[in-house]
Design a binder for this molecule. Structure first.
Ligand code: DLZ
Length: 161
């Protein structure tokens, strides 16, 4: 979690395995694209900075965060990837819709994570305000996309030692 003490873009580079030769799927929700695209760009740049090749990063778009579940499942089924990163941003509105999308998407991605043979990384921002999203998409608290990319690389290596 981003907090006053933790910046989402800060990590110990020495603790990150190489991403050379790895392939990644990124599913990006177009809802709140100002934020989700900034996260996707940061994820791609971070994967490349750790050795992944641009051609080994497959990006697919879905309309909203709820469709990340189908998008990630499709990616697992149809593309030979070492990990899938699901990126979305839900911002609270006037109705309880926010809670249902957050809960449904989280549950769906968690279930996929249990079933899939490769890790599914949870890149869903659940914000009360646009300002909170701004802070986590390249603002004061770093970029959630960077955190997701690092998590993906580490999870691919999980169990290697
Ligand atoms: C409908 C909706 C609303 C109100 N808010 C968001 C949001 O803040 N972030 C987001 O990613 N998607 C939102 N959506 C769209 C839903 O995720 C989904 O695309 C629609 O309910 C159609 O299934």
């Amino acid at each position: 979690m981003a907090s006053a003490l933790h910046n989402l873009s800060s990590y110990d580079a020495a603790s990150v395995p190489s991403a050379e030769g790895l392939s990644f799927g990124i599913v990006v929700a177009d809802w709140n694209d100002r934020y989700t695209y900034a996260m996707a760009d940061a994820a791609i740049e971070t994967l490349k900075a750790h050795g992944a090749l641009e051609e080994d990063i497959v990006v697919k778009h879905v309309p909203g965060s709820f469709e990340l579940i189908y998008g990630a499942a499709w990616m697992l089924e149809n593309v030979d990837v070492d990990a899938v990163i699901a990126i979305g941003c839900v911002i609270r509105g006037d109705t309880p819709h926010f809670d249902y999308i957050c809960q449904g998407t989280t549950q769906g991605l968690a279930e996929l994570n249990l079933k899939a043979e490769v890790p599914v990384i949870y890149g869903l921002l659940t914000c009360n305000t646009p300002e909170q999203a701004e802070e986590r998409c390249g603002g004061r608290l770093g970029n959630k996309g960077t955190e997701c990319a690092i998590t993906a690389i580490k999870m691919v290596a999980f169990g290697d030692e």
